[in-house]
Write a protein that binds this ligand. Structure first.
Ligand SMILES: *[C@@H]1O[C@H](CO)[C@@H](O)[C@H](O)[C@H]1NC(C)=O
Ligand SMILES: *[C@@H]1O[C@H](CO)[C@@H](O)[C@H](O)[C@H]1NC(C)=O
Ligand SMILES: *[C@@H]1O[C@H](CO)[C@@H](O)[C@H](O)[C@H]1NC(C)=O
Ligand SMILES: *[C@@H]1O[C@H](CO)[C@@H](O)[C@H](O)[C@H]1NC(C)=O
Length: 616
């Protein structure tokens, strides 16, 4: 293993005269004629205007002299002389400082002995050092050190590796050596490149030769490149309708982006995945190069998020506790008031009056009757009143008066009950919560995320009810008010949509004392994905034009329409009546009036006839 060595050279003019134009890069046992590489590099430099060079090579000793001359040359010196650009040299050492100074227009050379990725450690170094620099132009020089020609399959696998790590501007050159006699052989320089879109395809550009140049890989037209997208039903962000269409705000965003760049969306249903086990199924796929982009966003709170890679697009979110709103029930309260006040009074007055009447007049049923007359505030008629004894008159008046007060009291209570909805003590603090009998329904994953790290108050831990994810979703989706739940922003958006027709709502979000700190939502995407910039631009456009908000609204409606989420219907048992409700009565009234007028007219006519007949 060679020691790390890197240096930047300006134009190495001093050495200029030393080299012969026919240079050689060779192993201790093989020649590599650099003529082709030299001409190619010069041509590429003319086209692409590089401003720096990097080499990856484990073979930087001076090489064997050329047959017909006595000069030695290494790739690095050769490049510095030919291209006169600053040069960074990397060996095989793995612990190299971050290549922060690599400019965008750097030309990378990499010599390898073998195209098989598992046998050549240089590939690992290149991948590590150039992570996220998928746009750099890289020339791989295959120098096996023996007359060996790679098979097409080896070349294909090599380019597959390139695409997996998102190196898109890659060329591969090697020398085909044909030995004629003992000391007479001829070499042919082969040159290959590839394009990832729509499928990885190798281009043999040998006949273009030194005139080769990299066509800019255009990620805004991928010509039908297939994007695999695994989807589970997550109504806040992405889900599939029964007809196979993807919806949800991120689902629409990703599908829109894929359409925008002329790709093909291949949706894969992942029925055994849900939001609570996402972290050890599909979450890390983009980071591992299995897929290009995911539709289920994640935050740093989710387990294994450190193994995932994503692109930040959405605003910060937090998870809060969602508790049922304690709903005041004015009419229930009124009924209990009536029962308590009037009922008790009636129960007291009734036997008293019955007893009194029985004693005075031996007529207890009269007392019963009188009690009810009084209760509905009807004074007894005059005849009856006169017949009462004086004492009883006083009692009657007194009771009548007290009932007058009672009735007013009752009317006042009714008014208050209808106009003032005195709200019961809602939950605002941990103490309030602990005073209520509520329990919090959570899954194991949520306990890990929110309570083990004390992101939510530890005092709530005795109140946790740990269930499996399907039970939790069943209860939360039907807005079962017997429990409290942890609600991420997405879950809360769904709940708000479900209860949007209710006033007062069923649940409230405790965004004061029961929240985790804010975290940022990432959409899964590899750190060095070539689609990052284009995707971000697409996202910004959708945001600025308002399409993004529309997707949100449309997605919820679609989910509701497909029966995935239920919107709780308006509770209209206590709505006020309007003119329409009285219309039947009003119509009936007018019909009655009409009939009356008609019969009056008939009667008048009838009478007049009879009168006339008399006079004849
Ligand atoms: C090498 O071989 C080729 C053809 O086989 C021949 O034309 C050429 O003259 C030879 N060169 C030398 C230096 O022997
Ligand atoms: C690449 O193309 C050149 C010229 O067209 C040809 O001679 C060579 O055999 C091809 N290489 C492979 C591996 O097919
Ligand atoms: C999209 O890709 C197809 C090939 O799948 C291609 O024919 C078409 O020209 C592309 N459209 C645009 C706008 O680039
Ligand atoms: C997910 O993680 C759990 C442990 O956290 C493990 O038991 C399980 O096998 C994992 N599942 C998959 C599909 O990796």
């Amino acid at each position: 293993m060679l020691a790390k060595r890197w240096f930047a050279l300006g134009a190495l003019c001093l050495l200029d005269g030393v080299f012969s134009p026919a240079s050689v890069l060779a192993d201790s046992n093989a020649f590599y004629n650099l003529n082709f590489v030299q001409d190619l590099s010069l041509n590429l430099h003319l086209r692409h205007k590089f401003n720096g060079l990097i080499t990856f090579s484990d073979n930087r000793k001076l090489v064997k002299p050329l047959v017909e001359s006595h000069y030695f040359v290494s790739l690095e010196r050769f490049l510095a002389v030919t291209l006169r650009l600053p040069l960074i040299i990397y060996g095989l050492q793995r612990t190299i400082p971050e290549p922060g100074i690599i400019a965008r227009k750097t030309f990378v050379f990499c010599t390898v002995r073998n195209l098989r990725v598992e046998q050549e450690s240089m590939f690992k170094v290149v991948h590590k050092m150039l992570e996220g620099r998928h746009d750099l132009r890289i020339l791989f020089i295959l120098n096996p050190g023996k007359p060996h020609q790679p098979s097409m399959e080896e070349i294909y696998l090599f380019f597959r590796w390139c695409w997996r790590y998102h190196f898109i501007n890659v060329a591969l050159t090697y020398q085909r050596i044909i030995q004629n006699d003992n000391d007479n052989f001829s070499t042919y320089d082969e040159l290959f490149s590839y394009t990832p879109f729509p499928k990885i395809s190798i281009q043999n550009v040998t006949d273009i030769g030194v005139a080769f140049k990299w066509e800019a890989v255009d990620v805004t037209d991928v010509k039908g490149y297939e994007f695999r997208v695994p989807v589970f039903q997550d109504y806040a962000y992405a889900f599939l309708l029964p007809n196979g269409k993807i919806y949800g705000i991120v689902g629409k965003l990703v599908a829109g982006f894929i359409e925008h760049c002329n790709g093909t969306l291949r949706v894969e249903r992942t029925p055994d995945v849900n939001r609570f086990n996402y972290h050890n199924r599909t979450l890390t796929w983009p980071a591992r190069g299995i897929i290009d982009i995911g539709v289920h966003p994640f935050t740093q709170l989710i387990q294994k998020s450190d193994e995932a890679e994503g692109i930040i697009v959405m605003s910060p979110t937090k998870t809060c506790l969602m508790v049922p709103v304690l709903i005041p029930r004015p009419l229930n309260r009124f009924m209990s008031f009536v029962v308590l006040n009037n009922g008790v009074l009636l129960v007291v007055i009734l036997p008293l009056l019955m007893l009194g009447w029985q004693l005075l007049a031996r007529n207890c049923s009269k007392g019963f009757f009188l009690a009810f007359v009084l209760f509905s505030m009807q004074p007894v008629n005059e005849n009856l009143f006169r017949r009462l004894s004086n004492a009883y008159k006083m009692v009657h008046m007194a009771i009548l008066l007290s009932f007058f007060i009672l009735w007013n009291n009752r009317t006042g209570a009714l008014t208050r009950a209808i106009s003032l909805t005195s709200t019961p003590q809602q939950i605002h603090t941990v103490a309030d919560f602990l005073r209520s009998p509520l329990r919090i329904m959570v899954t194991k994953a949520e306990v890990e995320m929110y309570f083990k790290n004390e992101l939510l108050p530890k005092a709530l831990e005795p109140r946790l009810l740990v269930v499996n994810s399907s039970t939790l979703m069943q209860h939360r989706n039907s807005l079962n008010t017997s429990y409290a739940y942890c609600a991420s922003e997405g879950a809360w958006n769904i709940a708000s949509f479900q209860q949007s027709r209710l006033n007062p709502p069923l649940f409230q979000l405790l965004s004061q004392n029961f929240c985790t700190s804010s975290t940022i939502l990432h959409i899964p995407m590899g750190r060095n994905s070539p689609f990052r910039d284009a995707f971000f631009r697409f996202y910004m456009q959708s945001r600025l034009t308002g399409v993004f908000e529309r997707w949100r609204a449309v997605s919820f409606k679609k989910a509701a329409h497909a029966g995935f989420i239920q919107v709780i219907p308006e509770d209209n048992s206590f709505v006020s009546m309007n003119v329409q409700d009285y219309m039947v009565f009003i119509k009936g009234y007018w019909i009655c009036i009409g009939i009356c007028v008609l019969s009056l007219i008939c009667e008048i006519i009838w009478k007049n006839r009879v009168h006339l007949r008399f006079h004849w």
